[in-house]
Design a protein around this ligand. Structure first.
Ligand SMILES: *Cc1c(COP(=O)(O)O)cnc(C)c1O
Length: 217
């Protein structure tokens, strides 16, 4: 696999769905990948990446941005309020707004600094107890709150349960976004990004299919 093949598959999936390929953004998820693999994808010209930990991303992307110039980096993992300020300075978008306390913290810092990354509300479409998103039933209140706080809310994000077909989760998220007038849909990973695009994904988050299996521990 690799970047070129995945970018081609993204474009083809968009065309099959009757969509403009430019309406789907490919986020290369570089978490836990060795520096050389990430540098290789930067060398190929890709400039949109995803990370799931603030601390891991901090040093890494300061260095890559020095070397390669502006790179858009999105946070796709859970955010603790005590890391919100760092995350807001580092990331161009945060896909994991999942609770009102975090919304309030982001709004307070945005008021102070005059800047805020684009935000996605993460919805726990599978209502799994261990997952970080807001429940489907509580999502409307959180969306309303983010809007009252004038936060730059651009869409919804989900991670379907691993043991279920993802299609119904993608469809549910798309329906919720439409109901709330939100255009962004962050959904689809290495195994299911084409299906997510068929359901309207605007941001697919693809890691191992681009970089190879993650090397851990
Ligand atoms: C790691 C991760 C991905 C990418 O997963 P792959 O299966 O390697 O494509 C996508 N989204 C989130 C939230 C992740 O944590």
């Amino acid at each position: 696999m690799g970047l070129t093949e995945i970018a081609d598959r993204v474009a083809q999936a968009a065309e099959r769905a009757g969509r403009d390929p430019a309406s789907v953004r490919l986020i290369a998820v570089s978490k836990v990948q060795p520096e050389a693999r990430v540098a290789a994808v930067l060398e190929e010209g890709h400039r949109l990446f995803g990370e799931n930990r603030v601390q891991e991303a901090e040093g890494k992307w300061a260095a890559f941005r020095d070397r390669f110039g502006p790179v858009e980096v999105h946070l796709i993992g859970p955010l603790q309020t005590n890391k919100a300020r760092t995350a807001m300075a580092l990331f161009d978008a945060i896909h994991t707004l999942n609770r009102s306390k975090l919304a309030a913290t982001l709004a307070r810092i945005a008021d102070e600094t005059g800047a805020c990354p684009d935000l996605f509300v993460q919805v726990n479409t599978g209502d799994e107890s261990q997952k970080a998103g807001v429940s489907v039933s509580d999502a409307p209140a959180l969306i309303g709150e983010a809007r009252r706080l004038s936060l730059p809310l651009v869409g919804l994000m989900c991670i379907p349960p691993v043991d279920q077909p993802p299609g119904p989760h993608f469809a549910l998220l798309a329906r919720m976004a439409a109901e709330h007038g939100l255009e962004g849909l962050s959904m689809g990973m290495s195994g299911d990004f084409e299906e997510a695009i068929a359901h309207g994904a605007t941001h697919v988050r693809v890691g191992s299919a681009i970089f190879g299996e993650r090397v851990t521990g």
